[in-house]
Design a protein around this ligand. Structure first.
Ligand code: HEM
Length: 487
């Protein structure tokens, strides 16, 4: 019963996401069937519906992959979705020019949230420049300076846990990651004076992402009105901070992510505006918070249900503390390879974006793993099935097993598998700009927990809630803790 529910939700979510990508495109797209190569084999969704609803998209993709090879097209209500299975077929998907292949209107529903001045609200050249601002804001030197504030937030947070007890990891990490983001992304004004208000508004904005808002982002519905109210209150707080920073003399300025975004300049010398900086920050919170807290929770569930992995990460912490003492700094985090592999393996099995989508603007040719060449026409939607690709047995040995060691030196199955074998953080042109930052904060959290507590998963290993935009552990993830004396 539960399996069927999950499967149906995943199927609905998949069809739904694809429908979103296509909804406006259907009216506008000019299909251009003139390709130099034959089109990929076409499957009519009618014959797949039963499989999709009873066994889910994974089984549907596996079935077609087996029958048709690594590139095939599914026709959903007249919309052509071409699946590219495996790294061999994924090159153009991830690194094609924006003018030839892009997100299209997949994320149009985010415009009322981020603002029309940034991201999916602006033209592609402006968006590309804005991505450089994020890269600059999250560069190595900023990340290094973020470690101490992150550690402090984590220590303060867990110092409030008692000697022993039971907690819901999902709830704990949701709040903790927001505290870290407030300190490291939003700056000390928010963290020290208005965390509660910003946290509440951000939750309202995030929870405002109902299916109806995704499909009809501008409809005058109560949900959209609540979303817009929360957005305008949050924007006012952020604009006030930007103004007060602009008014302060430059030697008083904080050197943090927010300040880097305020100081960023476009190629033509234009400075970023208050509205743009507000949008950048909301976009970073959206891109980084839920993804990191969900991954921290899955990491906990995986570690606490695999004894040997748990023993290995605890042992690694002991060694690192032996070398660095109890103060975790950037170099200590870099040495936590075992923990790093555990987080990476968690994301292989539980990617936050199980499928990546693009729109084709210019015909291109794809060569399949089997050696066939197909022409993909302009107008097709492309799907890179991340979750399925992450479990391909020719890349990942025994893919259903939680085996973090597969990423360790000497094995590195993803590297051996070739570029785009591991796409839990996307890849190429749109690779996640926050990847290194995300690993850092998840490691700071788990390093602290592993050194200071004995933990046990007391609820069953969570199933996945596919009904969420970012699939997350279903229900509460209950963990008992007992404080141990510091090593
Ligand atoms: C475990 C945590 C995270 C995961 C699994 C994750 C995953 C992803 C994925 C899969 C994409 C690519 C989407 C695509 O190709 O369509 C992406 C893009 C992005 N991520 Fe992350 N992310 C995480 C954390 C973060 C953090 C912490 C930040 C910022 C502080 C961030 C900011 C972004 C941004 C701005 C983009 C858009 C890049 C672009 O379109 O060029 N992410 N992320």
């Amino acid at each position: 019963m539960d399996l069927t529910n999950s499967v149906v939700w995943f199927a609905i979510a998949l069809v739904f996401i694809i429908a979103v990508t296509a909804k406006i495109a259907i009216g506008r797209t000019m299909f251009d069937p003139i390709c130099k190569r034959p089109c990929p084999p076409l499957v009519n969704s009618g014959s797949l519906i039963k499989l999709l609803l009873t066994k889910g998209p994974q089984a549907m993709i596996r079935d077609q992959h087996k029958k048709l090879g690594s590139v095939f097209t599914v026709s959903f209500f007249g919309l052509k979705v071409t699946f590219l299975v495996g790294p061999e077929a994924s090159g153009h998907f991830y690194q094609g020019l924006e003018s030839e292949i892009s997100h299209g209107n997949t994320f149009e529903f985010l415009v009322p949230i981020f603002g029309k001045e940034v991201g999916y609200g602006v033209d592609i050249p402006t968006r590309t420049e804005q991505m450089q601002f994020y890269n600059e804001a999250l560069k190595l030197s900023t990340r290094r300076s973020n470690v101490d504030p992150m550690v402090k937030e984590v220590e303060d947070y867990f110092s409030k846990w008692g000697q022993h007890g039971v907690v819901d990891l999902k709830h704990e990490f949701d709040k903790l990651i927001m505290l870290i983001s407030s300190r490291c992304l939003l700056g000390k004004e928010v963290r020290e004076k208005m965390f509660g208000e910003v946290y509440m508004l951000f939750r309202e904005l995030y929870n405002g992402m109902h299916l109806t808002s995704v499909l009809f982002p501008y409809a005058p519905s109560p949900v959209n009105r609540r979303r817009d109210r929360a957005r305008s209150k949050l924007a006012k707080i952020l604009v006030d901070i930007v103004r007060s920073r602009n008014a302060a003399s430059s030697n008083q300025a904080e050197r943090d992510v927010l300040q880097t975004l305020i100081d960023s300049k476009y190629k033509d010398g234009r400075s970023t505006t208050e509205a743009e900086v507000t949008g950048f920050i909301i976009m970073l919170l959206f891109g980084g918070n839920h993804t990191s807290s969900v991954t921290s929770t899955w990491t906990g569930a995986c570690l606490l249900s695999h004894e040997s992995c748990l023993a290995a990460v605890v042992e690694e912490q002991k060694k690192i503390i032996g070398k660095y003492g109890n103060h975790v700094d950037y170099n200590a985090l870099q040495e936590m390879n075992t923990l790093h592999c555990c987080i990476k393996e968690t994301l292989r099995m539980h990617p936050v974006q199980p499928i990546n989508l693009r729109k084709v603007h210019k015909n291109f040719t794809v060569r399949t793993r089997e050696g066939n060449e197909y022409g993909i026409p302009r107008g097709h939607t492309l799907a890179s099935p991340v979750l399925y690709n992450n479990s391909l047995p020719h890349i990942y040995k025994d893919p259903d097993a939680y085996d973090p060691d597969r990423f360790s030196v000497g094995r590195e199955e993803d590297r051996v598998g070739g570029k785009f074998s591991y796409t839990s953080f996307g890849g190429g042109r749109h690779r996640c700009v926050g990847e290194a930052y995300a690993y850092m904060q998840i490691k700071v959290i788990w390093s602290h927990l592993l050194r200071n507590f004995e933990l046990k998963l007391v609820s069953p290993f969570p199933k996945t809630n596919w009904s969420k935009l970012v699939p997350e552990p279903k229900g509460k993830v209950m963990v008992s803790f007992k404080r141990v004396a510091a090593a």
